[in-house]
Write a protein that binds this ligand. Sequence first.
Ligand code: CO
Length: 505
Amino acid sequence: MLNTKNKAMKKLLKLENELHDLSAAKSVLGWDQETYMPERGIDGRAYSLSTLEVTGHKKFTRKYTGKLIKELESVVIGPEFSDYDRALVRNLKRDYEQKIKLPAKFVKEFSELASRATETWKKARNENNFSVFAPYLEKIVGMKRKEAKYLGYQQFPYDVLLEQYEPGMTQAKLENIFSELKQYTLETLEKIKQSNVKPKTELLKVHYPAEKQLDFSRKVVESMGFDFSAGRMDQSAHPFTSSSHPNDVRITTRIDENYLSTCLTSCIHETGHALYEQGIDIGLARTRLADGASYGFHESQSRLWENYIGKSPAFWRFWFDKLKGVSPENLANVNDEEFVLAMNDVAPSLIRTEADEVTYNLHIILRFEIEKDLINGEIEVKDIPTVWNNKMKEYLGIVPESDSAGCLQDIHWACGDFGYFPTYSLGNMYAAQIYHRLCEEYPDLDEKVARGDLLFIRKWLADKIHKYGKTYQPEDLIKMVTGEELNPKYFREYLKRKFGKIYNF
Ligand code: CO
C-alpha cells in the first residue's frame, strides 16, 4: 500500500486528500443535479461547482506541487516504496504538467465556449440544423488543435487528446486495432443479414410496469455484488455511475415502461462500473489512484457484465422465471431461449446508444475516423454531415434522414471530448480478452451463472483488476490479467462463437 511514513509522502497525501475532497464534493453535487435537484436549483449549483473547481485548480497548480513532485520523483525509487507510491507520483506529475502547460486564460475561454457549444448543440439537434452548431464546433476544434500544441505531441495532434482518456494509446495503434475490428465486424454483419433467424424483439416492446422493472433490476444488481450499504440506485434521464469514495458509489437508471431492456441493461452496465469503484482498495481512497485504469478499462467492466454475462443463455436460465413476475401476461408464452434471442438481436440502426453488440463498434470507428481527421486538419467541420452519411452507408448500409439522427446525436464533440469515443470499443475488446481469461479460470462458469451464482465473478475481477485502481497503465494491466497485450482476436472469436450460434453461421 501507500507509504504513509515518509515525510515527503505525508505532504503529498495531505495535498492529495484535500484535492480529492474538493472533487468528491463536486461529484456528489453533480449526482444530485441529475437526480433530485429542483429545477430552479441550477443557478446556485453552477456557482457551487465552479467555486469548487477553481479552488481545486488553484491549489493543485501552485509551485509547491511542482516542487513536491520533483522531490518525490527521486525518493520513490527506493525499496521502501511500492508500485502504488510510484503510480501516485507518476499520475500526479502527468496531471500537473497537463494543467500548467495550458494557460489559465485558455482554460477559462474553453470552458465558457464548451458550455455555450453544448447549449447550441441541444438547439441544433432539436431543430435538426447542423449550421447552427457548426460555428461553435469550428471554434472547439480550433481550440483542441491549439491544446494539442500546448501539450506537445510526437506524431499526431490527436495522440495527445487520446492519451487523456486512454494512457499509452496512440492513433497509429488504434488504426491497426480498428482496421481489423472493422473488417471482421463487417463480415459478421453480412452473415447475420443473410441468416433467416429472426428474433422476436416485439416481446420486449410491450407494457411492463415501472415499479416491477425496478424491483427486478435491483435484485439482479444485488446478486452481482453491488453493496447497497456503500452505494445507491436512483433514476436519471441518462444512466451514469458516480463515485466520491469506494464506500459511496451511486448508479442511476432510466425506465421505459414500453421497452423492457432499457432499465435492466443500464442497471447491469452501470453496476459493472460501480463494482470497479467499490472494489478499489480502501488504502487508495482519497487519492487520484482511486479510479479506473482508463476509460477503456472502466468500460470493459460494464460491458463484460452487460453483454457477456447479462445477455448470456446461462444467466437467463436462472433469471427468466423471476422476470416473469414483472409481467406474467406478456411473458406467458415465451421461453428463456426466445427471450435471450430477443435481447441479442442484431440490426443496423442509426443511434449509437441503442446499437447492438455487433454494430456498436462500427458507430465508434466512424466517429474515430472523423474526429482524428478533424483534429489533424484532414477535414473541416463543414464536411462532417457528408462524411458521416457516406460512412453510415458504407459500414451500416443505412443513411440518417436528418443530422439529428446522424452527426448531431452525441454530446461529446460539443463538450470538446475528442479522443473519448474509441474507449467504448477498447472497452468491448478488453472485455472479450478478460472474459476469455475468466472462462479459463472457471471452466464451469456457465453452470455457476445458471445457478444464480455471480459473486465469484465480482471477486475475481476485484482481485485481478478493481483493487489496483489507477495504479497500472492499461497496457500493463491487461498483460497482468491475461498474460498478453490487447489482442483483437478475442473479440473476433467471441462474435463468431456467440452470434454464429444464434444466427447459424
Ligand atoms: Co459505460
